[in-house]
Design a protein around this ligand. Structure first.
Ligand code: NAD
Length: 463
């Protein structure tokens, strides 16, 4: 079988790739088994050095990597460059802290009794990934998994296969041995085939629907499984914000950056009635000022969506909202040109039962709703099956934290949104998944802790 890679900006074919099949996957698995047993014996500091060389290669090849990324996922070139730089920041953090968080941990150091935790690698881990930030979400798994001494079987999204192949090429160039990192090319059925293999852990980034399928399919295996899934991330503007215009500009970016195709994009906005009119006017002014066009052109902010099928979902959300009484302030339809373009769309007078306020949009569309007080905002923010991030804009940190404490989401933002830090755990709740990447938790997510009880004349040793 062959996978056709399409440029979403033109609808034209870029290349055809051979898909993996049962036989090629089985060969890769055999090789990874051999590779992993050697890789885990390499001292941690050496693994760190190799992955820091990968960090350097991303810098050296930034321009060509960004071109390739834009050609297959359609994001504006500057955003591709930003993504590669963001990935480098995460690699640097993970490498810097690996020696602390993956080292043996001594919990009890008494004369006649020592107790320590050793963080052993899982073995061969599988990473099935998404296309919207292939460097960022890929690196969240690949780097800590390799640092911990695992081998990785990586399945990039079928919409980001060329970037996946580049990641492999540069990892090998950096010094990762050949049989330690392998790639599986293909669509959903290739991902499904990986679930039948005897891998030691499964780390998935993608939609709730696929995540749920994977979780059910893996249940009998009793191996670690982490799911980083979708979101319907709410943002609340309180009545005491200092600067309405700049708040509107910043939050519009949080909703529309990468064409809204981020798991932590702002997907719903609630605004206190006292600032609602001014905020909405400034928001629409910002959205209608953006340049729409080819991702390669300077200054373009809204380019093509990656997947053609998403356009129909957005059209359906607009239709549903208008039928239920919403008002369209701008956008609302596909742009008539080759490729997957949709106008940046703002809807007001929305209610929480509308699809645009419930279903992950993953596109350039937002619903803005007026609220009377904080309790109403909290209740609406929690009215979702998802629980990835939530954001509050207010002059008062105390007020914002009190609100965020009542919202069931893995991340809370005060006066910011749509951001990820390598120092903090990235984790969802409810249909947004479970487990954590990044931070000390994400470094240890690819290990199995072994407890040692050392009685007698014990000493500190590396196992
Ligand atoms: P998707 O679920 O369609 O696909 C994800 C991956 O799963 C792809 O590699 C795909 O080929 C594979 N796959 C599809 N069917 C499969 C099956 N039956 N068995 C095994 N693998 C299968 O998701 P997507 O469109 O690639 O990504 C978008 C989604 O990812 C959004 O919901 C977004 O919010 C979410 N996402 C979440 C995070 C996070 O950190 N929480 C980050 C990025 C994206």
């Amino acid at each position: 079988m062959q996978l056709t890679v399409i440029n979403p900006a033109t609808g034209q074919e870029i290349i055809k790739l051979d898909e993996d099949n049962d036989q090629s996957l089985s060969e890769k698995f055999t090789n990874l088994k051999i590779g992993q047993s050697n890789w885990q014996t390499i001292p941690l500091q050496q693994r760190v050095d190799i992955l820091m060389r990968f960090h350097l290669l991303l810098e050296n090849h930034q321009a060509e990597l960004a071109d390739l990324l834009t050609s297959e996922v359609g994001k504006p070139l500057q955003q591709s460059i930003n993504e590669i730089n963001g990935a480098r920041g995460r690699i640097a953090w993970l490498c810097k802290h690996a020696t602390t968080y993956l080292a043996d941990e001594y919990m009890v150091e008494e004369a006649n009794m020592g107790e320590k935790i050793v963080y052993e690698p899982l073995g061969i881990i599988c990473n099935i990934s998404a296309w919207n930030y292939p460097y960022l979400v890929g690196i969240n798994v690949i780097i800590p998994a390799l640092l911990a001494g695992n081998a990785v079987l990586y399945k990039p999204s079928e919409f980001a296969s060329l970037t996946g192949l580049q990641i492999r090429k540069l990892l090998l160039e950096a010094g990762v041995p050949k049989n330690v990192f392998e790639i599986a090319i293909g669509k959903g059925p290739v991902g499904a085939a990986l679930l039948d293999m005897e891998l030691d852990g499964y780390y998935f980034t993608g939609s709730y629907q696929t995540g749920q399928f994977i979780y059910q399919k893996l249940a009998h295996k009793m191996v670690p499984c982490q799911l980083e899934l979708g979101g319907k991330d709410p943002l609340y503007i309180t009545d005491d914000i200092a600067d309405i215009k700049n708040t509107a500009i910043g939050t519009a970016d949080g909703a529309f950056y990468n064409n809204g195709q981020s798991c932590c994009s702002v997907e719903r906005i609630y605004v206190h009635e006292l600032v609602y009119d001014k905020y909405v006017a400034a928001f629409v002014e910002e959205v209608t000022s953006w340049k729409i066009g080819s991702a390669m052109d300077e200054g373009v902010y809204i380019a093509a969506l990656t997947r053609p099928a998403q356009i129909e979902i957005l059209e359906n959300q607009v239709q549903d909202a208008l039928t239920k009484g919403a008002q369209l302030l701008c956008g609302g339809k596909r742009i008539a040109r080759p490729g997957n373009y949709f106008e940046p769309t703002v809807l007001c007078q929305v209610t929480n039962d509308m699809l645009v306020m419930q279903e992950e949009s993953f596109g350039p569309i937002i619903g803005i709703m007026k609220v009377c007080h904080d309790e109403e905002a909290i209740s609406l923010m929690n009215d979702t099956v998802y629980g990835l991030t939530a954001s509050v804009y207010s002059r008062s940190q105390k007020r914002a934290e009190a609100i965020l404490a009542k919202v069931n989401a893995g991340t809370g933002y005060w006066n910011c949104c749509d951001r990820v830090s390598p120092a903090l755990p990235w984790s969802g709740r409810k249909h947004s998944g479970f487990g954590a990447t990044l931070s000390h938790a994400g470094l240890r997510a690819f290990t199995k802790p072994k407890a040692y009880h050392l009685k007698g004349d014990w000493k500190k040793t590396a196992v």
